[in-house]
Design a protein around this ligand. Structure first.
Ligand code: ATP
Ligand code: MG
Length: 218
């Protein structure tokens, strides 16, 4: 069986972690060997970097320091978890990946986009997700869900304007990469969001099962 790389993206509280987990369980039940992982994190060193990046009590850092920590995390994750798992034919489901860096540090913080794209290409060793599910919803709803769940990190502390820029950045990414990115309406109840995500996953898996037989596909 061929490995696939699937990423979940979206603003705070959009449901990425919940739906990544449901997707991993679903694909496992269909017989795939699935690795569920996340960024920042996904390796022992990455989980330490995650603490540095997300701890609201942590040492404040410059936007460039933040950016480079995300890339250090990604390089470790790609080298130690993602590429080895794909080589073993596994399905890798990742909760946030490069699009988060483009949306948060690029569109949100306003760091130079060309620099981000170049460093990102190096950090991910050229690997692009086969499928990205973008969970789209308004920022007040997303932040409200996390508040209700008492989830709070360094990004929840940013103002609404920042989160609007991130959301619009994600939507721009989806417009630019319509083949890779599937936009899902994440404002609905969890079951209705899951119905959309399951449909996207199943049609993706069908298309990949067909593609695997064509010459020239990896
Ligand atoms: N469709 C939904 N409707 C209502 N609540 C939801 C929905 N999806 C997820 N939730 C709840 O909202 C909260 C945030 O969900 P989750 O942690 O999956 O989002 P996330 O995108 O991973 O957030 P973060 O960006 O903070 O990691 C959780 O308490 C979850 O149970
Ligand atoms: Mg999450």
């Amino acid at each position: 069986m061929k490995g696939f790389f699937i990423t979940f993206e979206g603003i705070e509280g959009s449901g990425k972690s919940s739906l990544a987990r449901m997707s991993a369980e679903h694909l496992s039940s269909l017989g795939y060997s699935v690795v569920l992982t996340r960024e920042p994190g996904g390796t022992p060193l990455g989980e330490m970097i995650r603490k540095l990046l997300l701890d609201p009590e942590g040492e404040p850092m410059t936007p460039l320091t933040e950016l480079l920590l995300y890339f250090a995390d990604r390089a470790e994750h790609i080298g130690k978890t993602i590429l080895p798992s794909l080589k073993e034919g596994k399905v890798v489901i990742c909760d946030r990946f490069s699009d988060s860096t483009i949306a948060y540090q690029g569109y949100g913080r306003g760091l130079d986009m060309e620099t981000i794209l170049e460093l990102d290409r190096i950090a991910r060793e050229g690997l692009t997700p086969d499928l990205t599910i973008l969970l789209d919803l308004d920022v007040e709803t997303g932040l409200g869900r996390n508040q209700a769940a008492r989830k709070f990190d360094r990004f929840e502390a940013e103002d609404l304007e920042f989160h609007e820029k991130v959301r619009n950045g994600y939507r721009e990414i989806a417009r630019k990469s319509p083949e890779r990115v599937r936009l899902v309406n994440a404002s609905l109840p969890k079951e209705a969001v899951w119905d959309q995500v399951r449909e996207v996953l199943e049609s993706f898996v069908r298309s990949q099962t067909y593609r695997i037989d064509l010459p020239g596909n990896r």
